[in-house]
Design a protein around this ligand. Sequence first.
Ligand code: PEP
Length: 260
Amino acid sequence: MSRVKLVVANWKMYLSIHEASLLTHRLHKSIKTHRNVEVVLAPNYLSLQPLSQEIDRRRFRLAAQDGYFVDEGAFTGEVSLSQMRDLVHYAIIGHSERRRFFQESFDETRDKVAAAVRNGIVPILCLGETKEERSQKETKQVLHDQIVTALSNITSEDAENIVLAYEPVWAIGANEPASPDTIKEAVDWIRYQVRELYGSKTEESIRVLYGGSDEPEYVSGIMAIDGVDGLLVGRASLNYERFSDIVTGVYLAALGETKE
Ligand code: PEP
C-alpha cells in the first residue's frame, strides 16, 4: 500500500521567532512541492502563530513539539493541545527528551495522544528504547509497552491517521543513525503491535517514521527499508540545505529512485 511520505523538522528549543521565520523563508525557496511528500515544521510554541501566517500551506504543515492534555484550566506555564487546534496539523508526543528531562510518564503520553485526537490534531507518537534497555535486550518489551499504553484510548478508526516514530534514544544526537537492520527489526515489531491491537487495515494505513541522526547521505538507505514512511529530523532540520536535501531524498525514494 502506498502511503504519503512524511518529513518532520523538529526544531526543538532552537531559533528565535525571527530566525524561525528566516529559515522558513529559505525553505520556501529551496523545497519544491512534491505530491507524495508532506513536509512538517515543528517550531517552538512562540513561532507557531507567526509561521502559520507565513507558510504556504500547499508546501508545509505545522506541528507542535508537545502540548498539555487538559483543554483549559489553572495549569500555569502549559499550552494545551486544544489551544493549538487551529494552528497545527500535527503534534509530536512523547519525545524522549520530554520523557527524560521532564519525567513525562507513559500515562501522560497516553493522555496527550488522546487530547490531540480529540482536538483534531494528528499525534506523531515517539517510541524508542534507551541504550541501557537495548543492552539489556528489552527493546521489544519497551516498544510494546509504549505502544499499548499510548494508544489505549484510541479507536482503530483514529489509529489509522496516527503517525508513529521509531526514535531509538541512543541514536538521537549521535554520529550516525541506527543501522538499517536495527531499524527494520524495530519497525516490523511496531507494525506487528499495531496489527495485534487494531488489525491489518489499520497497520497498512498507519505511517511509521524513523528519527535519530538523519542526514542527507543516509536517506536513501533508510527510506529503502520496507515499512518506513519518512523521517523525524532534529539537528539537520535547522540547516535549510541539509533539510532540503533530506526532503529531496525522501521524494526520490517515493518515486522509487535513489539520489546519485
Ligand atoms: C530528534 O530529537 O527527534 C532527532 C531525531 O534528533 P537528531 O536528528 O538531532 O538526532
